[in-house]
Design a protein around this ligand. Structure first.
Ligand SMILES: *Cc1c(COP(=O)(O)O)cnc(C)c1O
Length: 370
C-alpha cells in the first residue's frame, strides 16, 4: 500500500465545498486583500494564544523579517540563531542587513542550547537573538531564554513557524514572547491554501511598527514613515484559515496521538525516538528518530523499498550551507546540529493518519535489520 510522509488532502467532510463557496463570495465582493477575513483571523490568533496583537502577513519568512525590523535590527547588527533550523531563519537575518551568528543545539531537546547561548551573548554582544521552536515542541529552558534576554536587553524573536498548538506549562508557546512568528504554509500545523504568516506580540509599539512595515511603512494611505515593503495577507488565505480553525483541535489531536504512539512503540524496537521536554505538549508536527549515521543509508533504502515516505529535517547544519558562506559572522558551540543532520529520519505524521497506515509504518521499522 505505501504510506506518504505527509498527506494534506484529508479535509473534513464539507470543508472543501465551504471554501469554494467562500471564494465565490469573496470574488463577488472583490474582497481580495486584508478586510474582514484577515481581521477575524487576527482576533482568533490573539484570543487562542493569549497575546495582545496579531499582525497577519504574506508568509512565515516575512514574519521573521518584520519582527527583526520591528525590534530594531538593521544593517550591521549581530543576531544569534540556532545552528539547526529551516534556512529562512538565517535568510531573515541577512535580508534585514544583520550579521548572523549560529549557536549549537542541545542534544536532549534539539533546540538552541541555553548555556552555549549565554556564552554566545558574552562573546558576540548581539543586538538581538532568535530562538526557533523546532519539531513541534520547544526548548525545556524557554523561560530562561526569555528571562535572560529581558535582563540583558536583547530582543528575542521567536520563530514559531512549526509550533502552532504547542503548549508550554499549559499556556500557548506564543504567550509571553516579546515577538513570535507563525507560518501558515500548507504543510505546517495550521496551514493555509497558499502562503501566509503572522507576528504576535504584547507590545503596542512593536505592533504598530509591524503593521506599518508590512504595508509600505504607511502612517496614512500616502504618508510613509519608513521604508517597509508589501507583506499583506490576502483574504483567500485568511478565509481558508478561518474555515480551518474549527477543525484545528481535532487535526492537532490526531497528529499528537500518532506522535505519542511512535514515542512509545519505536523504543520497544530499539529505535531512538525523541520526545518533547516534560513541561511541553507537542503539536505532532514531526516524528524525530536518530540513527547511527553509518546505518542511515540502509534504513533509507529499506523505507523506500517498503513504500514508506520519510523526511530528514534537516539534512545539514545552517553554518554548513553553501549560502551561509560570506554572510555568517561566527558560530558558537560544538557539532550537535551536524551530528543530528547526519542521523535524523522523520517517519510519516499528518492529520488523520489511519491505524492501518500506522501499522504499516511500524511493520516496516520492525523489519529493518540494520
Ligand atoms: C516554514 C518555516 C519558516 C518559513 O515560513 P514560510 O511561511 O515558508 O516563509 C521559517 N522558519 C521555520 C522554522 C520554518 O519551519
Amino acid at each position: 500500500m505505501g504510506v506518504p510522509f505527509i498527506d494534506l488532502k484529508r479535509f473534513e467532510e464539507g470543508f472543501a465545498d465551504a471554501f469554494t463557496e467562500k471564494v465565490r463570495t469573496l470574488t463577488a465582493n472583490t474582497s481580495f486583500v486584508g478586510g474582514a477575513e484577515v481581521q477575524k483571523l487576527e482576533e482568533t490568533l490573539c484570543i487562542e494564544n493569549n497575546v495582545g496583537h496579531a499582525i497577519a502577513c504574506a508568509n512565515g519568512t516575512d514574519a521573521l523579517q518584520l519582527a527583526l525590523r520591528a525590534v530594531g535590527v538593521g544593517p550591521g547588527d549581530t543576531v544569534l540563531l540556532p545552528d539547526m533550523t529551516f534556512w529562512a531563519t538565517f535568510e531573515a537575518v541577512v535580508n534585514v542587513g544583520g550579521r548572523p551568528v549560529t549557536v549549537d543545539v542541545n542534544a536532549a531537546d534539539l533546540q538552541m542550547d541555553f548555556d552555549l547561548f549565554v556564552q554566545a551573548v558574552e562573546k558576540h554582544k548581539p543586538k538581538a537573538a532568535m530562538i526557533v521552536h523546532l519539531y513541534g515542541w520547544a526548548s525545556a529552558r524557554l523561560k530562561e531564554f526569555r528571562a535572560f534576554c529581558a535582563e540583558k536587553n536583547i530582543p528575542l524573536v521567536e520563530d514559531g513557524a512549526q509550533c502552532y498548538g504547542v503548549r508550554v506549562d499549559d499556556a500557548s508557546v506564543y504567550a509571553g514572547a516579546l515577538a513570535s512568528t507563525i507560518s501558515f504554509y500548507p504543510a505546517k500545523t495550521f496551514g493555509a491554501a497558499g502562503d501566509g504568516g503572522a507576528v504576535l506580540t504584547d507590545d503596542d509599539e512593536i505592533a504598530a511598527r509591524l503593521r506599518s512595515l508590512g504595508n509600505h511603512g504607511r502612517e496614512q494611505h500616502y504618508a510613509h514613515g519608513s521604508v517597509g515593503w508589501n507583506s499583506r495577507m490576502d483574504s483567500f488565505q485568511a478565509a481558508f484559515l478561518n474555515l480551518s480553525h474549527p477543525h484545528l483541535a481535532k487535526r492537532l489531536d490526531s497528529r499528537r496521538e500518532m506522535a505519542r504512539r511512535y514515542e512509545k512503540d519505536l523504543p520497544a524496537l530499539g529505535w531512538q525516538c525523541l520526545k518533547p521536554p516534560a513541561n511541553i505538549i507537542e503539536n505532532g508536527y514531526l516524528n524525530v528518530t536518530l540513527h547511527d549515521p553509518a546505518k542511515r543509508p540502509a534504513l533509507e533504502a529499506h523505507l523506500k523499498a517498503k513504500g514508506i515516505g520519510f523526511g530528514m529535517v534537516y539534512p545539514g547544519a545552517v553554518q554548513d550551507q553553501k549560502g551561509a558562506q560570506g554572510w555568517i559572522a561566527g558560530s558558537v558551540g560544538g557539532d550537535v546540529a551536524r551530528r543530528v543532520s547526519t542521523s535524523v529520519i522523520n517517519l510519516p505524521l499528518f492529520p488523520y493518519m489511519t491505524e492501518p497506515e500506522y501499522q504499516e509504518v511500524l511493520e516496516a521499522c520492525r523489519s529493518f535489520s540494520g
